[in-house]
Design a protein around this ligand. Structure first.
Ligand SMILES: CC(=O)SCCNC(=O)CCNC(=O)[C@H](O)C(C)(C)COP(=O)(O)OP(=O)(O)OC[C@H]1O[C@@H](n2cnc3c(N)ncnc32)[C@H](O)[C@@H]1OP(=O)(O)O
Length: 211
């Protein structure tokens, strides 16, 4: 596999670096749009700057866009990376992840330590599944979704594009979380969540529109 460059030198980007170290993939550096970070060494690797700063590396590296947790920022970075002609990294899976051969994974996902995906699960593209998440049979996780640590998802759940599932939440079977919605940490979702809304609490209730 080619060397990787990770978008974002914040906490999640550094956790993705740690994941790469554990699976033995070389990381050449971080990308970050904030100019004040360019040239810094963070967790032993350089912040290389923005995409134009690494144009000479286009044939040598692949880019990890799921180094930032925000689904909207992730989508913007994916579009920018695609436009620049760089190639995306394959999905990165920690060796401790338990997964059936009947699951389907797209490109550019990051799946962290201790996560379980049982059977007939579909993970589309540029999804982050953080540590110790349980994903059950027939779940579908669409593009750009971010799932925080410790989330429990029952069977036949669909999480639509760009949704963010907060830390330690649980999602009841046969429910759908609408596109670009947010579930507050520690919630129990027992009914469908419409698009671009914040639901939170036990049981999770409508809190506000995110339009
Ligand atoms: C390795 C890592 O660190 S990964 C990162 C893990 N972190 C997370 O998963 C973060 C989860 N974040 C949350 O739960 C946050 O509270 C958010 C994102 C939902 C807050 O979003 P905001 O837009 O700031 O919401 P805001 O604070 O305005 O709250 C709106 C309402 O929802 C309520 N609310 C917000 N979060 C929660 C929650 N988790 N549970 C219950 N109610 C909540 C607020 O009390 C408020 O209620 P009110 O209108 O009755 O007063």
């Amino acid at each position: 596999m080619k060397s990787l460059v990770i978008w974002g030198c914040g906490g999640h980007g550094r956790e993705v670096l740690h994941l790469c170290e554990q699976i033995g993939i070389e990381v050449m550096g971080f990308l970050d749009e904030r100019p004040e970070y360019k040239g810094q060494i963070i967790d032993d690797i350089p912040v290389l700057g923005d995409l134009p700063d690494i144009s000479s590396l286009q044939e040598k590296v692949r880019i990890v866009c799921a180094g930032v947790g925000s689904p909207r920022l992730k989508k913007r970075l994916v579009e920018k990376t695609k436009k620049s002609g760089f190639q995306f990294a394959e999905t990165l899976v920690h060796p401790s992840v338990f997964m059936s051969k009947r699951n389907r994974l797209g490109v550019g996902n990051v799946i962290c330590e201790g996560t379980i995906l049982t059977t007939n699960v579909v993970i589309e593209n540029f999804v982050i599944i953080n540590r110790s998440v349980n994903i059950s049979h027939d779940d579908r996780i669409e593009d750009y979704v971010t799932i925080a640590p410790g989330v429990q998802i029952a069977g036949n759940v669909t999480i639509q594009e760009g949704a963010y599932i907060g830390i330690g939440s649980s999602i009841r079977e046969k429910t759908t979380i609408g596109p670009w919605s947010v579930i507050g940490g520690g919630s129990f979702v027992k009914e469908d969540v419409p698009e671009q809304t914040l639901y939170a609490g036990v049981p999770a209730k409508f809190k506000k529109n995110l339009l």
